[in-house]
Design a protein around this ligand. Structure first.
Ligand SMILES: C[S@@+](CC[C@H](N)C(=O)[O-])C[C@H]1O[C@@H](n2cnc3c(N)ncnc32)[C@H](O)[C@@H]1O
Length: 344
């Protein structure tokens, strides 16, 4: 197995994200969100109160522009979401709702996904996540009143995602959320073209979870938690060749492009990483492959922006000290593509 310099994705530290840094983040509209869940995200004040109740206690009544086909945000809510960065947000390690996500070695914060879903969709829209894990996207969608489709290879994570919707989102029935157990490469071609309003996903980052044990994975072993997704050969996180891995991933994203409606968006959350002495600029490799990539004959994916998701809460490790510069990678990239019609 290759050796990797320790690196982590969103999780990194137990229960990703800092409450402090999150305090300054504007919250997207939480339509249909049960109040009990909302206070996991922010105190019900200001914009959120207006969004929920329609009553303005300290602001003018909110107004969603009639021409807005993208989301349900008013102008003053839209603008801050166009910033090219935001701070990652987590629930807090001792929150009861971290129990399920903690089982997975690399979950994504449902609050960060909710922020993207809140910007790129309207209430009732359908969101696709081809690497669904323990269902952070589905949970965000449930709390925001969106429908979702999630594909996951591992039975264990698939079942936990169903449990998560029942327990954490309080759904007695999962009708609005189609959680599919299978290989994304096989399932994607079976989905209807031009049928989803937004794609958001955090894919495997090659085989970084199979690296030599570090302080983090050893701590998970001690707590009898999984350190890899699976031992399945179809798991893209078990591929040994980086080029072949990127090829497979690009294939899945182009298939997502086919399923995406015209002019809608796809957000891919990734990080760069190190393998031995080599630095892999994973995010730029994906951009090179996907920017302008054709989807069938009449459309293509265009890059619309790259957001940086800051993980300023993570503790610094003395990699390389005192001989060499070895980065503490404390951010992720959110690559935002749009499906556009190709010139005739
Ligand atoms: C980074 S995790 C996604 C975590 C998810 N965002 C969450 O918060 O739970 C990537 C997921 O892709 C899954 N996976 C790997 N290869 C796959 C494949 N060929 N088809 C579908 N899922 C796959 C892994 O099992 C893993 O759960």
């Amino acid at each position: 197995m290759p050796t990797y310099i320790p690196h982590s994705r969103t999780d990194g530290e137990e229960n990703r994200g800092s409450r402090d840094s999150a305090a300054s983040i504007p919250i997207p509209l939480m339509h249909n969100m049960p109040m009990g869940q909302l206070d996991l995200i922010a105190p019900v004040t200001g914009d959120v109160e207006v969004a929920l109740t329609g009553k303005a206690s300290d602001k003018a009544t909110r107004h969603v522009d009639g021409r807005n086909t993208l989301n349900d945000l008013a102008g003053h809510e839209w603008l801050p979401e166009t910033k090219s960065f935001f701070f990652q947000k987590g629930l807090g390690a001792d929150h009861a709702h971290t129990e399920i996500e903690r089982q997975h070695p690399a979950p994504f914060s449902f609050q960060d996904i909710a922020r993207l879903v809140g910007f790129f969709t309207k209430s009732g829209h359908t969101v696709l996540d081809p690497f669904a894990g323990v269902g952070s996207t589905a949970k965000a969608c449930a709390l925001l009143g969106r429908k979702s489709i999630g594909i996951e290879l591992s039975k264990r994570w698939h079942e936990l995602s169903q449990q998560r919707l029942r327990v954490e989102a309080g759904l007695p029935r999962l009708d609005a959320h189609r959680l599919i157990l299978g290989d994304a490469r096989v399932v994607m071609p079976t989905l209807r073209p031009n049928s989803v309003d937004f794609v958001v996903t955090s894919p495997p980052y090659w085989a970084i979870l199979n690296k030599k044990p570090d302080h983090k994975s050893l701590e998970r072993v001690r707590r009898e938690l999984a350190t890899t997704y699976s031992t399945d050969k179809r798991d893209l996180g078990n591929m040994t060749d980086y080029g072949a891995f990127v090829d497979e991933l690009v294939g899945v994203f182009l298939a997502c492009g086919r399923v995406l409606k015209s002019k809608r968006y796809m957000a891919i959350i990734v990080s760069d990483f190190r393998h031995g002495t080599e630095y892999y600029s994973f995010h730029s490799d994906l951009i090179q492959r996907l920017k302008g990539a054709p989807i069938r004959r009449n459309s293509r994916l265009e890059l619309q922006g790259v957001k940086v998701l800051l993980q300023n809460h993570k503790s610094l490790k003395p990699y390389g000290y005192p001989f060499a510069y070895v980065e503490n990678v404390h951010h992720q990239y959110i690559l935002i593509f749009r499906k556009q019609a190709s010139a005739a």
